[in-house]
Design a binder for this molecule. Structure first.
Ligand code: ADP
Length: 387
């Protein structure tokens, strides 16, 4: 029997398939759903398929999932799906661990759509599509918010009238599956660091940072939505709420126009006027690109100071995500501003960028860890069907 993991974004589905020993069989993705669909997959990091699906009418998550199913049948003979594990962005206050998805839990997750209007509907569309495609399989939901649910109250709340906290206006934090993976992996690489005070930096197109005390999240830069904290590819990160009032009242922008700007036209893209993609900005090397990169690394240093203060000190920093794992210049520029915290990186190790990148003398351990949300989902799914 096999386990399938699905991560449904607005125009993409990432998938991976594992055998019952949690050995990865295949992973891949469909991008450009509804526009220019393309499917790719890798086995043992080797590409086995990569082509356009332009003629295959992949217009929604249901048809994309059928295309994935066709691929799996062709590539994995005798495939039988026992469980489908889904990455679900929002578990609200109710879900602090993975659950089997049934009618009741799905209704509870639908009720959370207003808290994550751009992500939750896609995740739930994936659940519906998988339930039709694999009627015999157990559907399991794994939540990006769950890792953060035990944070101390002051790191969970906003200073609004308390009734808003009670109705769920809280700092939920996201990227929890990634943080779960890298903190477990740190325990394998360096148990002493993992038992200490760790800041994990998930730096990708979406980006956040998390204060982890002996494996438990105590604070995150992302708040009520996935907009807060660090600037991202297209999202603004930390913003004075007075700016939103100004845009509404003085600039007469509509709520939809502001939402669109904060989610899709801000961050690296907004500051550079060029691109949301760090590789493009590094290659362009224009003053505008430099300005965006400086803001990004500056905010990472500021948040690192804040998260270290939450932890009462700092023993280790983890870099992960597309930027954290690959962009050595970003890691260098973050670390160069953190000597006061006992951070000292090794230039050569940082260039090669895997495992330990701190110098022998560094008081703080610095680690690059390739994150893997899919294996976390598969582990949870296997555990739940075992029960
Ligand atoms: P997502 O949040 O969409 O999963 P990723 O984690 O894939 O995003 O990260 C995408 C980001 O990582 C992009 O800004 C991309 O430019 C950056 N990135 C990927 N590889 C490199 C690299 N070798 N050097 C610099 N940046 C990189």
């Amino acid at each position: 029997m096999h386990l399938l993991t699905l991560n449904c974004g607005s125009s993409s589905i990432k998938f991976a398939i594992f055998d019952s020993d949690l050995q990865e069989v295949l992973r891949g993705q469909i991008d450009g759903i509804g526009t220019e669909p393309r499917i790719s997959a890798q086995r043992n990091s080797q590409t086995v398929i990569d082509h356009s699906l332009q003629d295959a009418c992949v217009s929604d998550h249901g048809s994309a999932l059928s295309a994935i199913l066709d691929l799996l049948r062709a590539e994995v003979p005798g495939i039988g799906i026992a469980a489908v594990g889904h990455r679900i962005v929002h578990g609200g206050t109710q879900f602090s661990r993975p659950v089997v998805l049934d009618e009741k839990t799905i209704d509870q997750l639908r009720a959370l759509i207003p808290l994550a209007p751009l992500h939750q509907p896609n995740n739930l569309a994936g659940v519906d599509a998988a339930a039709s495609a694999f009627p015999g399989a157990v559907q399991v939901g794994c939540f990006d918010t769950a890792f953060h649910r035990d944070q101390p109250w002051i790191n969970d709340a906003f200073a609004l009238p308390y009734r808003f906290y009670e109705e769920g206006v809280r700092r939920y934090g996201f990227h929890g599956l990634s943080y779960e993976y890298v903190s477990d992996r740190l325990r394998e690489i360096s148990p002493a660091h993992a038992s200490g005070r760790v800041v994990a930096c998930h730096l990708g197109n979406g980006a956040s940072m998390c204060a982890i005390d002996n494996g438990c999240s105590i604070g995150s830069t992302m708040g009520f939505t996935a907009l807060d904290g660090l600037p991202m590819g297209t999202r603004c990160g930390q913003l004075d709420p007075g700016v939103v009032l100004y845009l509404l009242q003085e600039k007469q922008m509509s709520a939809n126009a502001i939402e669109d700007m904060l989610y899709h036209d801000s961050g690296l893209k907004g500051l550079s006027g060029l691109s949301n993609d760090l590789r493009t900005l590094e290659a362009a090397a224009t003053p505008e690109a430099g300005r965006a990169i400086d803001y990004f690394t500056g905010r990472i240093r500021i948040e690192l100071g804040a998260l270290a203060a939450m932890l009462g000190g700092l023993d280790a920093v983890i870099f992960c995500g597309g930027i954290g794992e690959n962009a050595w210049r970003i890691r260098q520029s973050v670390c160069e501003g953190l000597e006061w915290l006992g951070v000292e990186f090794d230039a050569l190790r940082n260039r090669s960028g895997d495992g330990v990148i701190s110098s022998e003398r560094s008081r703080v351990g610095l680690f690059v860890i390739r994150t893997d949300e899919e294996i976390v989902i598969a582990r949870h799914a296997r555990k739940l069907i075992g029960q």
